[in-house]
Design a protein around this ligand. Structure first.
Ligand code: SF4
Length: 529
């Protein structure tokens, strides 16, 4: 559904800010691909673009692909920006550049919704989700496209039902330049983990689109050229288990009809391992990866952060169960918890070995506004100002240097090429072997797809197998894959593995932040005009 009844025409420039180099955006993998330049198409900004009046021309620019130019700003009558806390400085920079052209700039999305005071220069703050604030913003711009004399804050009270969401304007994004396609089925999560801002921002009762909307979005993504992997960005895919069960048969049917053109991935709580009926359907729908916020293998720590639901099955058993349905587990891990001890790093590394999880995003604890953690630390006087000398705003109970050096040690050891490739080998033998054997479609046999695969193989063989400094480990793995004719497994593991190895080296050498939210090292990443 689009907003209606606006006859005035306004040209809107939607600008998505650059990400800072991060563990989870895979930029070291991009040079091994056939031209990928960014991580995932941003759902929020593309949704707003699709919601704007049909007669309003919209330009979408992802600054991870190219910076907005003078010509873009001269074309526009208003600029929309959206992003997460990690992109705060880049968002403020876009605002500054747009103001140089005297354009009104509006910001929406998760960061401004949690922390409006991070964005004092913007003309319009859109706080909350798509709803009456969005309609008011559009009406104000229709009436008057000049900059308001002072900042206007618009807060959504009545949200648009997700069943009325239009399909995000994927056609405006250069989807082929993204590492993954993205899609959203639900918003919100019923749990209340202490550090997480999702329940505070989006509620505990997940809101949902209809299965028909999801299929229409998948069709559109496919029309726009997405092949390969599509990530459900839902906060928790099983936040409403019944809804997941309602959707899955539709996904299975869509995959069968289209020849399993997409590999699917999602985020879900680890207690999904207790739901074989969901896991079986996910396997049939060709879900191949599940991101689980395991956070820590320490039961006391899980209890303290109110993540007891991770203990509904023993963690390692849960991981094995998910693997047995052909799905690789990706895990979030947090260090710097109050329950951490001097031996936490060793316990974590033992867990990495035992779980055989190849990809774990290991971050230092950061307190986000609108979380119970933030409130508790504020009460305890342990919230520190963000500054460039630290990678976290939390006063840890252990000395800061000890926590950071534990984190560096974990990054260094967990991502040694031998260890990482051994975990990938395990996944090939025990997880990927359980996946559905899907037919080779005409699309996959097409010359364009074969050419794409050949380009990636050439890049991998040259940049990792010839020029790389861990080539012996790589070839041992690669030859095994080649003997089995598993080109897809070889390409996927080598690309992601290369990113993890390169990023972890920079991290353990002190050249990367220990937290995805830290502002340290961010200055240099603001794009030049
Ligand atoms: S389960 Fe995940 S999304 Fe839900 S509150 Fe916990 S961390 Fe947040």
């Amino acid at each position: 559904m689009r907003v209606e009844g606006t006859e005035t025409v306004r040209r809107i420039l939607c600008v998505f800010p650059r990400y800072t180099s991060s563990f989870g955006t895979f930029e070291h993998a991009y040079p091994l691909t056939d031209g990928v330049q960014a991580f995932m198409p941003p759902q929020g900004l593309l949704l707003i673009a699709a919601y704007l009046p049909a007669n309003w021309p919209v330009r979408f620019i992802d600054e991870n692909i190219r910076a907005a130019t003078t010509e873009d700003f001269e074309w526009a009558e208003a600029v929309f920006v959206s992003g997460m806390h990690i992109q705060r400085q880049q968002m403020n920079d876009i605002c500054r550049r747009a103001h140089a052209f005297d354009l009104p700039v509006a910001i929406g999305g998760p960061s401004v919704s949690a922390c409006p005071d991070y964005y004092p220069s913007f003309d319009y703050l859109h706080v909350g989700e798509l709803g009456d604030a969005t309609n008011e913003l559009i009406a104000r711009l229709a009436r008057d496209p000049s900059r308001p004399p002072r900042q206007v804050v618009l807060k959504t009270v009545d949200r648009v039902a997700m069943t009325d969401f239009p399909i995000p304007a994927y056609e405006l994004a250069e989807v082929k330049k993204y590492f993954l396609g993205s899609i959203q089925y639900s918003s919100g999560c019923p749990y209340q983990c202490e550090f997480c801002d999702i329940p505070g921002l989006y509620g505990r009762n997940p809101r949902l689109k209809s299965p028909e909307q999801i299929l229409a979005e998948l069709d559109k993504l496919r029309e726009c050229g997405v092949t390969g992997s599509v990530y459900f960005v839902d906060d928790n895919f099983i936040g409403n288990r019944k809804a997941a069960l309602d959707l899955l048969p539709h996904l299975v049917e869509w995959q069968k009809r289209t020849g399993y053109v997409m590999r699917l991935a999602c985020e879900a709580t680890l207690n999904i391992a207790k739901r074989p009926e969901i896991l079986e359907k996910m396997r049939e729908a060709f879900f191949v990866t599940v991101f689980c916020g395991i956070e820590t293998p320490d039961p006391d720590a899980l209890k303290a952060m109110h993540k007891d639901h991770n203990m509904m099955v023993p963690i390692l058993e849960g991981v094995r169960t998910i693997n047995s349905y052909g799905m690789e587990v990706v895990s979030g891990i947090i260090m710097g918890l109050d329950t951490d001890k001097p031996e936490t790093a060793d316990a974590l590394l033992a867990f990495v070995d035992e779980s055989q999880i190849p990809l774990l995003t290991i971050n230092l604890l950061q307190a986000l506004p609108k979380t119970p953690l933030w409130d508790r630390l504020a009460r305890e006087g342990r919230l520190l100002d963000d500054d460039d000398s630290r990678d976290s705003n939390v006063a840890f109970l252990l000395p800061y240097d000890q926590v950071v050096s534990s984190w560096r040690k974990c990054m260094e050891v967990a991502y040694q090429p031998e260890k990482l490739y051994a975990r990938y080998q395990y996944q090939c033998d025990y997880t990927y072997a359980q996946r559905l054997k899907v037919p080779v479609t005409p699309e996959q046999k097409s010359w364009a797809n074969i050419r794409r695969g050949l380009i990636m193989l050439r890049n991998i063989f040259w940049k990792v197998g010839v020029l790389g400094d861990y080539k012996k480990v790589f070839w041992k793995f690669a030859l095994g894959r080649l003997r089995r004719g598993d080109f897809e497994g070889l390409i996927a593991s080598s690309m992601i593995g290369h990113h993890l190895i390169m990023f972890a080296r920079a991290a353990s050498g002190g050249q990367q932040n220990a937290s995805n939210y830290s502002i340290r090292l961010r200055e240099a990443s603001v794009p030049a005009e």
